[in-house]
Write a protein that binds this ligand. Structure first.
Ligand code: AMP
Length: 297
């Protein structure tokens, strides 16, 4: 097997989905013995430029790039969009190959959660019971689903580096905590949110938006830009107020719109020299959208 950034690039069966953990492990065994660096990009597929930015970074930095493609039922709540989550594996495999991915791991649900599966990996406390994990909203079960599957992926792939998007800022904080707490030997790389030209954060769920909703959805990024500008000039409270006004003007009711310490997600009134995350979630038509901005001191 050939892999890596070699020039000229040598294609391996990049566009073939590997379904079993055993097959993936044996594909990685030789390279690992040779000491190549392995990058992992976990995704739920329906790839867009946000995913591709992670794949490209992995391609540049690692000898061998693994992309996982798995719509993880454990992170969807009852009544959420698991059954209609957009899927197009053929296109994903093509785009992954074009981005230079070496191996795509796309296991069936039964392979990840076989009969008798009973273990959960849970990051407790203030990282998972606020914002997206607020019990009155999506609930901490969402992150339990995320950390359980990401821990399994880390165990299966054994990556040196794993790539995540700042778009899911709370997910990043939770995964960093899990990696530290469980001594998982992986470096977490976080890349900036990739946006459409009009500011909308790219998301597989944008596919749910009809043209009018798509237009309204731009209010989220507009609100965050207003929040950042106003917060820098007049403080966080004014920033949040400015963001709220943008959302209201577009008829978008936020599920949450909050300023939090970027690392521990504690509520903050002012930045006090630490990075602050302003995060928003809102339903626009049939899509539940999230976005955030990181305000560095
Ligand atoms: P998903 O397929 O939505 O689970 O996302 C897989 C990875 O891509 C996660 O680490 C996300 O944070 C990241 N991601 C999703 N959307 C974007 C975006 N617009 N910009 C950067 N990364 C993203």
């Amino acid at each position: 097997m050939t892999y890596g950034t070699g020039n000229p690039p040598v294609a391996i069966s990049a566009a073939r989905a590997i379904r079993s953990r055993q097959e993936l492990r044996s594909a990685l065994e030789g390279p690992r013995r040779e000491g190549v660096s392995i990058g992992l990009v976990p995704t739920m597929g329906y790839l867009h430029e946000g995913h591709l930015s992670l794949l490209r970074a992995a391609r540049v930095e690692c000898d061998l790039v693994v992309m996982s493609l798995f719509v993880n039922p454990a992170q969807f709540g009852a009544g959420e969009d698991l059954n209609r989550y957009p899927r197009d594996e053929e296109r994903d495999l093509r785009l992954a190959a074009e981005a230079g991915v070496d191996l795509v791991y796309a296991p069936p649900v039964e392979a990840v959660y076989p009969e008798g599966f009973a273990t959960r990996v849970e990051v407790g406390g203030g990282l998972t019971d606020v914002l997206d994990g607020d019990p009155a909203r999506r609930g901490p079960a969402h992150f339990r689903g995320v950390t359980t599957v990401v821990a399994k992926l880390f165990n299966t792939v054994g990556p040196d580096v794993a790539y995540f998007g700042q778009k899911d800022a709370q997910q990043v904080a939770v995964i960093r905590r899990m990696v530290r707490d469980l001594d998982i030997p992986v470096r977490i790389e976080v890349l900036p949110t990739v946006r459409e030209p009009d500011g909308l954060a790219m998301s597989s769920r944008n596919a749910y938006l009809d043209p009018r909703e798509r237009e309204r959805a731009t209010a989220l990024s507009r609100a965050l830009r207003a929040a950042e500008e106003t917060a820098r000039a007049e403080g966080l409270a004014a920033g949040l107020a400015a963001a709220g006004a943008e959302l209201r003007a577009a008829g978008v009711e936020p599920e949450y719109l909050e300023a939090r310490d970027a690392e521990n997600l504690n509520p903050v009134a002012e930045s006090n020299g630490r990075p602050v995350l302003i995060a928003v979630a809102a339903r626009v038509g049939g899509a539940r959208l999230i976005d955030n901005v990181l305000i560095k001191p």
